[in-house]
Design a protein around this ligand. Structure first.
Ligand SMILES: O=P(O)(O)OC[C@H]1O[C@H](O[C@H]2O[C@H](CO)[C@@H](O)[C@H](O)[C@H]2O)[C@H](O)[C@@H](O)[C@@H]1O
Length: 379
């Protein structure tokens, strides 16, 4: 049994095996209590009955809807499961990790215009008031910081290859946990930087120039310098030109054996071949904040893309925490829970902050954190 299966079993989550479309079941009227949607049928029960409903009312339900609903049975909605999730996290210290593109901001054609809404910013700010919070992005750290514009979160750019934590913790509650990591340097502002791919910077510059040259000749192609990795966007490239672009990009990488190509959403990413990804960044941040050997830490990671799977795997291996995928289509994932899109991410974050706020005010601090730990409730 996997750690998640154990976790789900312990917390009462049913992650069924593959949905059997042939099996006719009575339409469930079981209600999943949910603050936003109290009284709605759970997605899981919808999934197991969509096919039957379709037959009864003789109205075809798109197969994509059925497929999505079946997938949600395997990866329950983090909104529908919220109360039970929080029950499982009771008495633990939640640390929040957020991806940027496709999670905090919707996917748009122009990467420079992937702005985060003010509502989302306020929600992240609120969450970060109560929980240590980090944004881990494929973008350069400066760029993602420029989009998020919050001073109370930690930032990791270049898929975790550029991590910044202030030498002093962002919140007093982290003070006892804050440790100085090795292999770090201080930047101009005195922030502590961890940049395991620094030695590749000269090669990255060369590769970037070669890729710019290629992109100039293919309409719609675009190169984005993410400092320790490079993105070649093809969202606006004609389908018939994609093959040429990919071949040319590969031919550049062939000259640089220390680099490899990965793929994201309509983007090719060129990265140094080091053993470091978003999963390592999550572990690094937990260590730096002093949670390395802490049995009571509950990392919560929300992300939408392939590179986020590395972080999901780390949480799965720890056997504690919530890996949440943002997706409107079924996909292979290590995430245990799901959210449909960034607007559901917003709702989830607001609920998370509200949950902590109300539990802080309605119960005594000692009840929440245990005797002697009441200061932590301010985190
Ligand atoms: O780890 P992330 O924060 O999710 O970054 C991954 C890549 O995100 C961006 O590209 C994606 O979003 C763009 C804006 O919505 C979209 O135009 C593009 O097609 C997507 O792939 C970013 O521009 C890349 O550099 C990141 O690597």
């Amino acid at each position: 049994m996997t750690n998640f299966a154990k976790l789900n079993q312990a917390t009462g989550f049913q992650r069924s095996s593959t949905y059997d479309k042939q099996k006719v079941q009575p339409i469930s009227t079981k209600v999943v209590k949910n603050d936003e949607n109290s009284g709605d049928l759970s997605l899981a029960s919808i999934a197991s009955n969509l096919h039957d409903i379709s037959t009864i009312v003789n109205t075809p339900i798109p197969s994509s809807d059925i497929a999505y609903s079946s997938w949600v049975v395997e990866h329950p909605s983090a909104l529908g499961s919220f109360d039970r999730m929080m029950k499982a996290a009771k008495g633990k210290r939640i640390v929040v990790f957020l991806d940027y593109d496709g999670t905090l901001s919707p996917i748009v054609d122009d990467p420079d215009r992937a702005f985060m809404s003010n509502e989302m910013r306020a929600a992240v700010r609120e969450v970060a008031k109560y929980f240590p919070t980090a944004v881990i992005s494929g973008r350069s750290r400066d760029k993602v910081k420029g989009f998020v514009q919050l001073s109370n979160v930690y930032y990791a750019g270049s898929h975790g290859m550029d991590i910044m934590v202030p030498p002093k913790p962002l919140k007093p509650c982290d003070a006892t946990n804050h440790v100085t990591a090795t292999a770090s340097a201080l930047d101009k502002e005195g922030d502590m930087l961890f940049q395991p791919a620094k030695r590749f910077l000269p090669a990255i510059q060369e590769i970037s120039i070669a890729l710019e040259e290629i992109a100039r000749k293919i309409e719609g192609a675009r190169v984005e310098d993410n400092r320790f990795c490079i993105s070649v966007h093809y969202r606006k490239v004609r389908e018939e030109d994609y093959g040429i672009l990919e071949e040319k990009v590969k031919s550049v990488i062939e000259n640089y054996p220390d680099f490899h190509l990965t793929r994201g959403k309509k983007v090719l990413e060129i990265r140094p071949s080091i053993e470091w990804n978003k999963g390592h960044a999550l572990e690094y941040l937990l260590d730096t904040l002093g949670f390395s050997n802490s049995g009571d830490v509950f990392p919560l990671y929300i992300g939408d893309d392939r590179t986020d799977e590395d972080a999901f795997k780390v949480i799965e291996a720890r056997g504690q925490g919530f890996p949440i995928i943002v997706s409107s289509i079924p996909k292979d994932t290590k995430a245990a829970f799901s959210l449909h899109d960034p607007s559901e991410v917003l709702t989830f974050l607001l609920r998370l902050a509200r949950w902590r706020k109300t539990s802080s005010s309605s119960r005594s601090l000692a009840q929440i954190w245990g005797p002697g730990n009441s200061h932590k409730a301010n985190c």
